[in-house]
Write a protein of this length. Structure first.
Length: 370
């Protein structure tokens, strides 16, 4: 087996998000740079049901650039979040940052399918810039190539073992059991399937730009017919606004963050700080789209049909309208729970506010139903 040659378990494929998961209780655990988010889903007839969710802030700089600097602090935050969630389930699916994964789609002649392991290892040697014994690697056959029935499309995916192991260790230190390790962009695509259900023609043959606006990074994923065709990360996020608030009013970072979320800041905040930040964020989104248009064949994808905003900053007042005006593209807030049933413990008003920041956790929780 290829997995045996590279020194990791043969079940790595199912952990990395490319394989299947059994229908057992499973929590989606999103370890982001600013908070721990947990989501639990179940079945309600033919629909999914959100049972419960929680978000617990992380200690400052516990995670930077996707790297865990304070594993004890992260583990303790996961433990608190799980206790607040009130679920008996301990099995979790986690994800590594997209920038920490290497993935590539390759074409393989269908008559060489029996040699896929050797072909994957050869291709991995060309695309991975470090020794293969330091990575977890596997492949998934996606199907026949649309351009040639004689070729198979195969997705290769790899990640540094240490980056996977630190997230697994943090969860297990908190008393949870990691069953699946995914990639954040893959998890968001899984959650996006729920959003597509209420779009015209369920989004078929349409191009979507999904922007996840985090505390320090802006992630752009362009999706079409269930595939990610473009990904870009830019250094811009909500912490910039928080620091502006902190400096302007002479308060602590935590006070600035709390005031920003609760909209309890002094008069003048919106005109002096919020509106300029929203304009800057819309400009960054427009710039990301320009990079997409210059990178991917415009003749093939013409233009983005919809922009979806996710992440904690997506709910900033006026952001969706500002982005739509600047880009001239229909813009909406991403909510993967719109088509789901809500349990009696869910407060709908709070869920509407929190949903855009739960995309990764939702996608991970949906792995239960693969």
């Amino acid at each position: 087996m290829l997995s045996d040659k590279l020194g990791f378990g043969a079940n790595w494929l199912s952990q990395l998000g490319l394989g299947k998961s059994s229908n057992v209780p499973l929590l989606g655990l999103d370890i982001s740079s600013s908070a721990i988010k947990l989501v639990e889903l179940s079945r309600s007839g033919n629909s999914l049901q959100i049972e419960r969710y929680v978000s617990e802030p992380l200690p400052k700089e516990a995670i930077t650039e996707g790297n865990i600097n304070n594993i004890e602090g992260v583990a303790e935050t996961i433990r608190r979040a799980w206790q607040r969630l009130g679920s008996s389930a301990r099995n979790v699916a986690v994800a590594i940052p997209t920038t920490m994964a290497i993935y590539k789609k390759i074409l393989v002649p269908a008559n060489q399918a029996d040699d896929l392991e050797a072909l994957a290892e050869t291709e991995a040697n060309q695309i991975i810039p470090f020794p293969l014994e330091e990575v977890n690697l596997d492949y998934q056959i996606l199907g026949h190539s649309p351009a040639s029935v004689d070729d198979l499309e195969v997705l290769l995916c790899a990640a540094r073992k240490e980056k996977v192991e630190e997230r697994v260790a943090a969860a297990e230190m908190a008393g949870l059991k990691v069953k699946i390790v995914d990639v954040e962009s893959f998890a968001m695509m899984t959650a996006f399937e729920q959003i597509q259900l209420h779009l015209p023609e369920q989004g078929h043959n349409q191009t979507f730009a999904l922007f996840d606006i985090g505390s320090s990074k802006l992630h752009c994923s362009v999706l079409r017919n269930g595939q990610q065709i473009y990904f870009r990360e830019q250094a811009f996020g909500g912490q910039q606004l928080t620091r502006d608030i902190q400096r302007r009013y002479g308060i602590s970072f935590d006070e600035a963050e709390s005031g920003k979320r609760a909209m309890t800041l002094p008069d003048g905040y919106e005109s002096e700080l919020l509106h300029p930040f929203v304009d800057s964020l819309a400009q960054e989104i427009q710039r990301a789209l320009q990079f997409f248009y210059t990178t991917v064949s415009v003749s093939q994808y013409l233009r983005v049909d919809y922009i979806l905003l996710a992440g904690g900053c997506s709910m900033l007042s006026g952001l969706d309208d500002t982005v739509a005006a600047r880009t001239q593209i229909s813009t909406m807030i991403a909510n993967p729970f719109t088509t789901m049933v809500q349990s009696s413990s869910i407060r709908l008003k709070e869920l509407l506010l929190d949903a855009p920041s739960l995309l990764v956790a939702c996608g991970l929780a949906m792995r239960r139903f693969d």
